[in-house]
Write a protein that binds this ligand. Structure first.
Ligand code: ADP
Ligand code: MG
Length: 262
């Protein structure tokens, strides 16, 4: 391609993206029902959510409002009763189990409340794990794992076992692990729910930095208005529905909107 043509194409791509930002993940009329008949629980009751690339979205809601269910469906860890989830242009419901496994491995990074690290593996080995499951060789990824551990502030801790690390450090290992395969989307379900306030602040600062400086698309479920206040957008769930949605703001503003929900 000649340089002018390349420039023109680039400019075109830029114009398109500024008009309508590309969707990282989208749900349409998403429903999830657990159980049947009289005891059926409508955990999600028609959720339309669009997260665009580069966004940091916080999901809040009372306990039992469907936050974890939504995150699991976004991450293809579970299947909806009806409605759809798509990442980029790929709808999950058209995919085979094998394709879903690849999707989870390659496109989505998970951060859980209880870290989910394997206790007998070092920090480095835990970070490499997704690649090992993918059938890769660990040594190919060790360098990247070490770079990621450095990125999350754990240079020099690569050989430590999870039990030798604080909760905040363990959560940072799990964030490094989530980033290993360069996912399109990072999902975090109450990532600070098991941390003291200092560690929470560190983990939140890291997530914000990964979003702002490196453009990672992140969806975080949280109870903490302070955590939600760092998001570009806050989505409030109640009874399995989106009850309110607004651009982020101060922790006070988030608290007020959350209180108005109840
Ligand atoms: P949150 O994360 O907002 O606290 P959840 O998504 O975990 O809420 O749960 C939403 C609702 O679905 C709750 O009423 C919960 O009890 C129910 N629920 C969640 N998982 C299951 C399950 N595996 N089986 C039956 N009910 C479930
Ligand atoms: Mg939950």
């Amino acid at each position: 391609m000649s340089p002018p043509a390349r420039t023109a194409r680039k400019a075109g791509a830029k114009r398109r993206s500024s008009r309508r930002p590309p969707a990282a993940i989208r749900t349409r009329r998403l429903k999830k029902v657990y159980g049947e008949g009289e005891t059926a629980v409508h955990a999600l009751d028609g959720v339309d959510l669009l997260v665009t690339r580069g966004e940091l979205v916080a999901i809040m809601g009372p306990s039992g409002s469907g936050k974890s269910t939504l995150l699991h469906l976004l991450g293809a860890l579970d299947t909806p009763t009806s409605g759809s989830v798509s990442i980029g242009r790929r709808r999950f419901d058209g995919l085979t189990d094998a394709e879903l496994t690849l999707l989870r491995r390659d496109r989505i990074g998970f951060v859980f409340q209880f870290f989910n690290l394997l206790p007998a593996l070092s920090a480095r080995e835990n970070v490499i794990l997704p690649a090992l499951i993918a059938g890769g060789h660990g040594h190919e990824h060790a360098e990247r794992a070490d770079a990621l551990l450095e990125r999350v502030g754990l240079a020099g801790r690569a050989d430590h076992l999870p039990g030798e690390l604080s909760g905040g450090e363990q959560q940072r290992v799990s964030i490094a692990r989530a980033l290993l395969m360069e996912p399109a989307l990072v999902l975090a379900d109450e990532p600070t729910g098991n941390l003291d306030s200092t560690s929470s602040a560190e983990v939140l600062a890291l997530l914000r930095e990964l979003n702002r400086a490196e453009g990672h698309t992140i969806v975080i479920v949280t109870h903490d208005p302070g955590a939600a206040s760092m998001a570009g957008r806050v989505v409030l769930l109640r009874d399995g529905k989106v009850a309110d949605e607004f651009k982020g703001g101060s922790a006070k503003r988030v608290s007020e909107r959350f209180a108005a929900l109840k």
